[in-house]
Each structure stands twice: as C-alpha cells, then as structure tokens.
Design a protein around this ligand. Structure first.
Ligand SMILES: Cc1cc2nc3c(=O)[nH]c(=O)nc-3n(C[C@H](O)[C@H](O)[C@H](O)COP(=O)(O)OP(=O)(O)OC[C@H]3O[C@@H](n4cnc5c(N)ncnc54)[C@H](O)[C@@H]3O)c2cc1C
Length: 500
C-alpha cells in the first residue's frame, strides 16, 4: 500500500508524526504542493516563499540521504493529489493537522470531500499542542504539556515509492509573486533552525527577559526561531524539550529566568493557535461584535503612510521600515505598530493585518490574527493597550541609534528632539520636505480611540458576550499564560487578563 505524505508547515524529517505514521503503513511518497491560489492571497509574499523554497531545498537533501525523493508540484491541492494518487497507486494520505488561514481551511475541506469520494482515507495527525474539535479550554494546558513531554519520534525506517519525477522548486518570480526586496531576511532550512536554537540556548539567550523589548537588543537576544516554527523546519516539541534540558543545567539566575520566559512563549504559541483553530472567523470578524462604537476605515493616505513608514512619527516609522528590510520585528514593536494603526489611525485591522502578514517571514495565521485583534481592542476580553509611539521610542531607543539607522533623513535633528522632531525649533527646515509632518496628533487621536473603545465596553450587552468569549478562548488559571512582566496583583486574575 503506497502512502502519500502531504507536507505543509512541517518541512523536516525529525519528530514528524505524519512521516512516522506513514512509514509504518507502506512505501512513502512525500509531496509538497505549491498552491497558486494560496500564494496569490493578500497575506502571502515573496519573502515567505523564498524562505519556504530554501527550506524545501534543505529538506530535499535531507530526504535524499534517506533514499526518499521529495516531490514538489505546482497546482491546486485536489488536482495534484488526485493525479498523484492515480499515477502512483496511493491507497492512503497522511498529513499533519493545519491551523491555517480561511483559504487553507476551505482547501482542506475540499480535499476531505475529494478523498472521501475517491475512497482514499486521509489521516491528519497533530504536531503541536493544538487540539482539533476542542469542546472547551478545561484541561487544555495539561493535555498540551502531555503532548510536549512525549519522546521525540525517531527517524523511521522508510521505503520510498520509486520512479516519480521530483519536480522543480519554483522561484517567487515563477509564482508571479510581486517583487518584495528584503535584504536582511532570515534564511530557511533546518540547519539554520538548529544553529539558532543552539546559539540562543547556550549564548544569546541570557539577557532575553530584559532585552526582548527593544528592537536594538531583541534582534540578537530573542530566539529568532519564528519562521522555522511557522514552517516546521523545527518541531515545537523539539524546541520545548531542548529548552527543558537546558533548564535543568541552568535552573537559576538570569539564564533560569530567560529559559522559563522562553518556555512560556512556546506555550503561548499553542494557546494562540488554538483560538484560530476553534474559531477560524477570527481572521475576518471582530471577536467581540460590539468592540468599538464606530467602524474602522481604510483611508488610503493614512494606510499608505503607515505601510511605508512615513507617518512622521519617527520610532513608529523606523520599526515599519526595519520590518520591511528584515521580515521580522520583536513582539513589543509588533504590538505598537498594530496599536497605532488600529487606535490612533483608526485603520481596519484586516487590512493592516494583511500588510503585516506579508511583511513577516514568520507569518503564522494562528498567532497573527488573534494577536492583531488583541492589539486592536476587538477581543473584548483584553485590557486595551494604546501604545504611545513617542514614549516607546524614548523607552526602547533612548540613544536614538535604531531610529537614526532606519530614518537617515533625520540626521540633522538633535538627539533631544529625535522622537518628536516637530518640537525642534528648526523643524521647518525638514518637516514636509525630507520627512513628513506627523499625520496625527498623538494625544487627540488616542483620546478619541479610548472613548470609542471604553464607551463600547460600558454598553449593555457587552459584558455577557465578553464572558462567553472568555469561556471559549481564555486560558484557565496557569501562571505561564499571564505576562511574566505583569505585576502579581493583576496576575492573580489570570483567566481574565491574558494580557500578554
Ligand atoms: C500583531 C502581532 C502579530 C504577530 N504575528 C506573528 C506571526 O505571524 N508569527 C509569529 O510567529 N509570531 C507572531 N507574533 C508573536 C511574536 O511577536 C513573535 O512570535 C516573535 O516576535 C517572534 O520572534 P522570536 O522567534 O525571536 O520570538 P521568541 O521571543 O524567541 O519566542 C519563541 C517563539 O514563541 C512563540 N511566541 C513568542 N511570542 C509569542 C506571542 N506573543 N504569542 C504567541 N506566540 C509567541 C513564537 O513561536 C516564537 O517564535 C505576533 C505578535 C503581534 C503583536
């Protein structure tokens, strides 16, 4: 019985439950389908594809060493799978469960319908702590921990379905993805993932807890594993267990704190992905339908200024330009750019969220959309955080080194005015010519946003719906799911805060 292993966001051979299951059933045909309909969506980009293409090339080599050819086909999933199954006498399909965007969810349903009709059983198995068809969150964290503590799956003995043309890994250009220069993008492939995990756990990670907040220090002190976890060049379980071993070696001090914060974030990953798994509409609709009193818009001038890092708010612009050039941003700055877009600029989070998704090499729908909603005040269960971009600049880039690097046009501005150049007595020389005037007054815009959000929260009907959302999506009391930087007094009401 030939078995097709449908690879998706799991580009590795190690700790690969789908491959292990398939190996026990018969000769294996590992296939990655490059689906034009998904890659032409507004959340997809050339930088993401380039990372995937590098990871596929790396995986092809790793599989070749096992005598297994990695098959790559461009086409829609149902057509490609149907053709391969007919040509190569495939009796079963095995893949991992995917928590993707709405389009991949619809695609999976189409594949399931086709497989049923073709009489080919399709087994989907979990590769993380996300549970499919979860009735509620009771007991979720301990089930997740149970999965994470199971031993890594060893590399199975594999027999390959032979005589299949492997197919070329297409370029972004061949896929007609718009050009998307990203000179400092992270490179794909498992070798890189293992290097990052090792260097983070043995050298770079010690200052993680304090250094993660500033874009100046986070670039080195964070693990940078996100695109690898998103595309599965490393399994989450491998990350969790390698960290656990390291925790036993370094139980206390700065390393101890850093490693336990890191473990929390690996758990948050599953926690957030579980939300989208449970409610795929989070990508499209406000989680709380009464979250704001007036609809958000997509004013083209404000949207373009924000996307291009030309809002006239220096630290915000520096973060957005850094993101464009690197494909990555630390958590706090992701929260800030989203918060300013959704509150001060009152832009539609669906549209700004798509821009960010395209810019992130590590775009992971299950983290992204719940986070975008959380930072936009639409979940109804998190305390709204309206970040002030000037304060963030002063706190996170006090010397101005980061802002100056990404906004060279601000070179003439003295340090004292860098984060608020409009207060510089000679601002007229610069603003409106080489750098824009701020497109909003921060205090006025924040006040209007705060009113819209808090007026909505006080309206009748808000609280009962919020309580239902808590019931469905909030973690049950578990110290890991409360921000480890939140004061203890607030942390005690863990279920309601989840104020990450
Ligand atoms: C608006 C917004 C959008 C985001 N979109 C994404 C996204 O598309 N893809 C993505 O991987 N992360 C996303 N994040 C979460 C977080 O910012 C990134 O995971 C992190 O910055 C990636 O860098 P790192 O791997 O060095 O993280 P580390 O700090 O080293 O953390 C290790 C891993 O833990 C997970 N993780 C860390 N922080 C969080 C968090 N707050 N919530 C859930 N999981 C977390 C990630 O898998 C990350 O790779 C988003 C955050 C915000 C505020």
């Amino acid at each position: 019985m030939n078995v097709l292993v449908w690879l998706k966001r799991d580009l590795r051979t190690h700790d690969h439950p789908a491959l292990t299951l398939a190996a026990g059933l018969g000769p294996v045909l590992p296939v990655f389908v490059v689906e034009p309909s998904l890659w032409s969506l507004p959340d997809a980009s050339a930088r993401q594809w380039d990372f995937v293409a590098e990871s596929l090339a790396d995986l092809r080599e790793a599989m070749a060493a096992l005598g297994l050819p990695l098959i790559v086909r461009v086409g829609e999933a149902v057509e490609v799978l149907d053709r391969l199954c007919r040509q190569h006498h495939i009796a079963r399909i095995v893949s991992h469960e995917e928590t993707g965007n709405l389009a991949s969810y619809a695609r999976d349903r189409a594949v399931a319908a086709w497989a049923r009709q073709a009489g080919i059983p399709w087994a989907e198995v979990p590769q993380s702590g996300v549970t499919r068809r979860l009735p509620n969150r009771d007991g979720w964290a301990s089930r997740r921990d149970g999965f994470m503590s199971q031993p890594f799956l060893p590399l199975p003995a594999l027999r390959a379905v032979s005589g299949v043309e492997p197919g070329q890994i297409p370029t972004a250009r061949a896929l007609k993805l718009p050009p998307d220069p990203c000179p400092h993008r992270q490179l794909g492939g498992r070798t890189r993932a293992l290097e990052l995990l090792d260097s983070f756990l043995t050298r770079r990670g010690e200052p993680y807890r304090t250094a993660m907040s500033s874009p100046l220090t986070a670039e080195r002190a964070c693990s940078r594993l996100s695109p690898h976890l998103a595309w599965g060049t490393l399994s989450l379980r491998e990350g969790v267990q390698t960290t656990t071993i390291r925790q036993a070696e370094r139980p206390g001090g700065r390393w101890g704190g850093a490693l336990s914060s890191f473990q929390s974030r690996l758990a948050w990953r599953d926690h957030f992905m579980q939300k989208l798994e449970d409610q795929p509409s989070i990508e499209l609709r406000d989680l709380h339908p009464l979250a704001v009193t007036r609809p958000r818009d997509s004013d083209p001038a404000r949207l373009t200024a924000w996307c291009n890092g030309e809002t006239g708010l220096p630290f915000l612009d520096a973060c957005l330009r850094y993101l464009r050039a690197t494909g990555w941003l630390n958590f706090r700055m992701r929260a800030m750019v989203t918060s300013v877009a959704s509150y001060h600029l009152w832009l539609d989070w669906r549209v700004t969220g798509q821009h960010l998704a395209r810019m992130f090499t590590d775009y992971e729908p299950g983290i992204h959309w719940p986070q975008v909603q959380m930072q936009s005040g639409t979940t109804g269960i998190n305390i709204p955080r309206i970040y002030n971009p000037v304060k963030q600049g002063l706190d996170q880039d006090p010397t101005g080194a980061f802002t100056r690097r990404w906004l060279p046009e601000l070179a003439p501005v003295p340090d004292a005015f860098l984060h608020e150049p409009w207060k510089w007595p000679e601002a007229r020389r610069l603003l409106g010519h080489r750098y824009p005037e701020p497109i909003i007054d921060i205090a006025t815009a924040a006040r209007a946003a705060r009113d819209a959000v808090w007026t909505a929260r006080r309206a009748p009907g808000f609280a009962p719906t919020a309580a239902q959302i808590v019931q469905r999506h909030a973690s049950r009391a578990d110290a890991r799911f409360v921000n480890d930087r939140t004061p203890r007094r607030r942390a005690s009401s863990a279920q309601l805060t989840l104020d990450l």
